[in-house]
Design a protein around this ligand. Structure first.
Ligand SMILES: CC(C)(COP(=O)(O)OP(=O)(O)OC[C@H]1O[C@@H](n2cnc3c(N)ncnc32)[C@H](O)[C@@H]1OP(=O)(O)O)[C@@H](O)C(=O)NCCC(=O)NCCS
Length: 285
């Protein structure tokens, strides 16, 4: 993949996910992401092309991009950040070739992580590549502000906390996120809890959605998640996925906050147990 492929690759993934989400028989809506989300996808792709050029691949037919796989490698951990094939060419082997190329970027990494959609074609590919499929939940809805507890010990983080975040990552999932923390800082705010008894961090979207959370204890993780939920606004629904059964602490907080629990996709892992307490980033894992 080259930088000049980024816009076309974004369109491919928008079409692939649009077809996956469209309910059978539903009226056809344009297969485009809102401009801000498309822009975010493109910045992420450019970031990965800079840091993981060998992990980013496109498939072409007649000089048109028809498939894409973006992957990253961080301290011995390989992860898949984006993966899609245009709907009319799915099921014909393009995805298999793309995934093999992307996994090649992780040569020498035993451990791997993917936040998978519920697409049976994707699940088939990941299992064939040796990943264990851990069924995941999504918590969604409006936070009941009346039940928000008073949280202490959590402060606003900054670029100066990136080393702390990496060190929590290493303890919880065996590898830091390195440069991905810097990109996340440009699109979300950072909450940090650093105490004698444990440390952790959480990136929070402007609407209160926790985008990535890691902590060395459930106590710290719970404080961070409550503080993230407190940032949500009245009348605005939030949602976060990639929640496996190991994150019961998060399921309990979500339910207590009035969110609904849905079953959605898998956290796919190779040569590692589900990190905990941990809420993965969909794209930086
Ligand atoms: C996931 C995706 C990238 C795979 O690409 P692809 O080109 O369709 O993949 P392939 O054709 O190489 O492999 C699909 C597998 O599913 C099988 N398959 C085809 N139709 C199927 C169906 N209806 N049900 C189940 N399996 C099916 C194929 O036979 C193939 O398996 P095999 O190689 O063991 O025979 C693509 O389907 C896609 O874009 N999905 C929507 C977006 C998405 O969910 N992306 C994953 C993000 S985590």
């Amino acid at each position: 993949m080259r930088v000049s492929d980024v816009a076309a690759a974004e369109t491919v993934t928008a079409e692939a996910f649009h077809a996956l989400e469209a309910a059978p028989g539903a009226p056809r809506t344009p297969a485009r992401r809102p401009a801000t989300r498309a822009e975010r996808w493109q910045r992420r792709a450019e970031h990965l092309l800079r840091h993981d050029p060998g992990g980013c691949w496109v498939a072409e037919v007649d000089d048109h991009v028809v498939g894409v796989a973006l992957s990253l490698r961080r301290e011995g951990l390989w992860g898949l950040s984006s993966y899609g094939v245009v709907p009319r060419l799915q099921g014909a082997g393009i995805g298999k070739a793309l995934l093999e190329a992307a996994i090649g970027h992780g040569a020498g990494c035993l451990r791997g992580i993917i936040a998978s959609s519920h697409d049976p074609l994707a699940a088939r590919r990941y299992r064939a590549a040796g990943f264990t499929l851990h069924p995941a939940m999504r918590l969604a809805g409006e936070v009941d502000r009346a039940v928000l507890p008073v949280v202490d010990g959590v402060r606003e983080g900054s670029a100066g906390d990136v080393d702390l975040c990496d060190s929590v990552d290493r303890q919880v999932r065996g590898a830091g996120h390195g440069p991905d923390h810097e990109l996340l800082l440009t699109r979300s705010s950072l909450l940090v809890c650093d105490q004698l008894t444990g440390s952790g961090y959480c990136f929070v979207e402007a609407d209160g959605t926790p985008a990535l959370l890691a902590a060395t204890s459930q106590r710290v993780a719970s404080r961070l998640l409550w503080e993230a939920l407190a940032r949500s606004q009245d009348g605005v629904a939030i949602s976060f996925g990639g929640v496996t059964a190991e994150q019961e602490w998060a399921v309990d907080i979500g339910l207590a906050a009035g969110l609904a629990v849905h079953n959605e996709g898998y956290v796919c892992l190779r040569h590692m147990r589900p990190p905990a307490p941990y809420l993965p980033s969909a794209h930086f894992l």
